[in-house]
Design a protein. Structure first.
Lengths: 436, 303
């Protein structure tokens, strides 16, 4: 180990356009990585001394490593869908250097043992993995887990994702106890009492297809309640996962105005597609929360631009073919998303809607770093972890789901032509992904 | 998405007026009393995941009248009970030699899923709350035996439209032909979204308003088995929407009373209205045979 360190003369990223919203950098810079840290950040050709390896980034954007707040890596228990190794390989290909994985596995990650297990080197992760632990035992919504112990073991948040915390007392206790240790509470906001047997958004399309529809109110009412609860406890941190409706955004804005610590994330599929894309029972457009109306999508794009939304998160949810190529109402909720996130953000938000590239980078880096504590990540400031994402914002490419690094290929974006592609992903100074 | 086999009948929504007219004309040439053996040597597979009396028996009779062999597979008593998936069941039945598959399924879109993966045509005999195209065709056939044309007809569809695949198919069909359609029912059974389904749709919550001047009154059953969690008081429903002799008087004198069945006398319709001279409820069932003969003949390229 020590000899390795001595030998490693570092990696110099030359001539790239560095965008780092935290360090307020948006211009041509060279970056020197050494011993797992950013050691220098300087104007082009100003870094003295050599490096073992040089990466020419001319014409490319050099950004802090992307942080993904919401992935399903499916381990323990569902390795036929994804493993920590395959899911993190897909993450690396999508430019993510850190991922926060959800606890709704089999069994549910509700103990120190499982939080530890996920982080063991044997899992084969190629990017940083930050477990999010269950807020209640087996995510049944009744008995709270040991937040302190879970946090010490490495959990960066608690959630019952997939199953919302419906009971108001349970949610209040969760927020209060998590506030004591500065731990974010991540809520999948859905009043499941209103969404039984529903498989898409309530809309003209759901009526036409004869499918039961989820209302926007089923999401917004829970966000509204949670924001009110978060305001009651100093230090409470509420994070709304995969927010999808205009009404829920209103509640988040209210929370932010009241100086409560409320954050939220939006998925690429919710800012790209609408419920009409379900078309003729396309199960690759079945997810929860469901694709919403055009008006909801528009509100999300406005909120992504104006700062209301803190992060883009994919809700990467791999499923096996036999769980998707079945009757729509029986098909599993969720799609993969790690490898298409940046392309969709640049294509739909930057090119079509003129959201500045710096803001897009913020939504993948500094934004999510504010939501969870990822320890010196989300910036390229000197001394930070040497996690870097290099991408070509102008590169046109076609996503082929069959070639995905994920074990599953349940994506509605198969065959889509996108602009903006990851060129290299660097974790702790090591290149873990390099495109073609 | 994969293509579906020629001759499939999956919904009314994606048929055009010409195709529908063609099917109705073909049905008029089908005489169940003097059938032609158009389907001799063909195998018609009836795959039913849900209860059925009319649809199942009339498809079976239609097939046999034309000389086809029929096999009935029900979800109970088959490998479906052992957990076989819909597609695997479909592949199996295609492999045993089915030439056409008639399927009823509780999941919306199930026949389309099958059609996308099979080489043989698939006929939708009712899928969840989605569509029931053969019912809409036989309803149009029945109306046209009493009225000159569908264009301009005032049609009332009354009752549980939200849960009804019959309503969705009928609305698509009648709207394509220019009928003026009034939907009537309480919000739980008739959301405002229903008007997005097709042009020429109006909603009213008052039976009396809907019925005034109607040419055709289609009454739907309250689908208690699909009401999952809805709080509808049947007594209120009966008071406001039941088809009674008094309400029937608001419609035109020669108005037809239709019902896809099964009818629940005393709930959505009274005994008297169900059996009144204007009622074509039994005739609808009889017309199901020639219409389904036409559907099967078209599916197998024999027409």
């Amino acid at each position: 180990m020590a000899r390795d360190k001595l030998k490693s003369g570092g990696l110099l990223i030359k001539g790239g356009h560095v965008i780092d919203p935290v360090a307020k950098i948006d211009g041509l810079m060279d970056v020197l990585l050494q011993d797992g840290r950013v050691v220098e950040l300087a104007l082009p050709n100003k870094i003295r001394g050599g490096a073992d390896q040089t990466l020419n980034a001319r014409g490319l954007v050099v950004a802090p490593g992307f942080i993904e707040l919401h992935v399903h890596l499916r381990e323990p228990g569902q390795s036929y869908k994804e493993t920590i190794a395959s899911g993190t390989a897909a993450a690396a290909a999508g430019g993510f250097t850190s991922v926060c994985c959800m606890p709704n596995t089999s069994p549910v990650v509700d103990s120190v043992e499982w939080v530890t297990w996920i982080q063991q080197p044997q899992r084969g992760a190629v990017v940083n993995v930050f477990p999010v632990a269950a807020a209640t035992h087996a995510s049944k919504g009744a008995v709270l887990t040991d937040f302190r112990g879970l946090q010490r073991a490495g959990a960066v948040g608690v959630t019952d994702d997939g199953r919302p915390i419906l009971n108001e007392t349970t949610m209040r206790d969760t927020l209060r106890l998590a506030a004591e240790i500065n731990l974010p509470v991540i809520q999948h906001a859905e009043d499941t009492r209103l969404t039984e047997n529903c498989s898409m958004n309530e809309s003209a399309t759901s009526f036409r297809l004869g499918l039961r529809g989820m209302t926007a109110a089923a999401e917004a009412s829970i966000v509204d309640r949670d924001v009110q609860l978060a305001q009651q406890f100093a230090g409470a941190r509420l994070h709304v996962a995969h927010l999808s409706t205009a009404d829920a955004l209103k509640a988040v804005r209210r929370g932010k105005r009241s100086r409560a610590h409320v954050t939220c994330e939006v998925t690429p599929h919710h800012f790209t597609l609408t419920d009409a894309d379900v078309g003729e029972y396309n199960t690759y457009c079945k997810m929860n929360p469901p694709l919403r109306s055009g008006a909801d999508r528009e509100a999300l794009i406005v909120a992504l631009a104006d700062g209301t939304v803190d992060a883009i998160a994919t809700d990467h949810a791999p499923h096996a073919t036999h769980e998707k190529i079945i009757e729509f109402e029986k098909a599993m909720f969720g799609i993969t998303g790690l490898e298409t996130a940046l392309g969709l953000a640049i294509t739909r938000l930057h090119r079509e809607r003129k959201i500045p590239l710096a803001r897009i980078v913020e939504l993948f880096t500094a934004g999510p770093a504010r939501v969870v504590d990822v320890r010196g990540r989300g910036t390229l400031a000197r001394g930070s972890h040497a996690d870097v994402t290099i991408f070509d914002p102008k590169k046109r490419w076609t996503f082929e789901a069959a070639k995905s690094r994920s074990k599953s290929n349940n994506s509605p974006f198969d065959g889509w032509q996108l602009t903006g592609k990851v060129v290299a992903t660097i974790v702790s100074g090591k290149i873990v992904y390099r495109s073609g | 998405m994969n293509k579906t086999a020629r001759g499939s009948l999956l919904d009314i929504e994606h048929l055009d007026v010409k195709e529908i007219t063609g099917l109705l004309q073909l049905a008029r040439r089908m005489n169940p009393l003097k059938p032609r053996p158009l389907l001799r040597g063909k195998r018609v597979l009836l795959l039913f995941y849900e209860a059925s009396t009319r649809t199942r028996s009339s498809f079976e009779i239609a097939a046999k009248e034309m000389g086809a062999m029929t096999t009935l597979v029900l979800s109970s008593g088959s490998s479906i009970e052992k957990g076989e998936s819909l597609l695997d069941t479909a592949y199996t039945l295609q492999a045993v030699g089915a030439d056409v598959m008639v399927v009823r399924h509780p999941a919306a879109g199930a026949p389309l899923l099958m059609a996308r993966h099979l080489k043989i045509p698939v006929i939708n005999a009712g899928d969840g709350m989605h569509e029931h195209p053969s019912q809409a065709l036989l309803d149009a056939y029945t109306i046209l035996r009493h009225k000159k044309k569908l264009n301009g007809l005032q049609v009332v569809i009354m009752g549980d439209i939200y849960h009804s695949r019959v309503a969705r198919s009928a609305i698509h069909l009648l709207s394509k032909f220019g009928a003026r359609i009034t939907l009537c029912g309480p919000p739980e059974m008739l959301p405002e979204l229903a008007t997005c389904l097709a042009p020429n749709l109006h909603i009213t919550r008052t039976a009396e308003e809907a019925l005034r001047g109607a040419d055709v009154v289609m009454v739907l059953r309250v689908q208690k088995e699909r009401l999952a969690g809805m709080k509808i008081r049947l007594q209120d429903y009966i008071a406001r929407y039941q088809m009674t002799t008094a309400r029937m008087k608001l419609a035109k004198r020669d108005a037809m009373v239709m019902h896809p069945g099964p009818i629940i006398r005393g709930l959505e319709i009274t005994w008297e209205v169900a059996d009144c001279p204007q009622s074509v409820i039994v005739e609808e069932v009889a017309n199901g045979v020639p219409v389904r003969m036409a559907i099967l003949a078209r599916a197998l390229g024999k027409a």
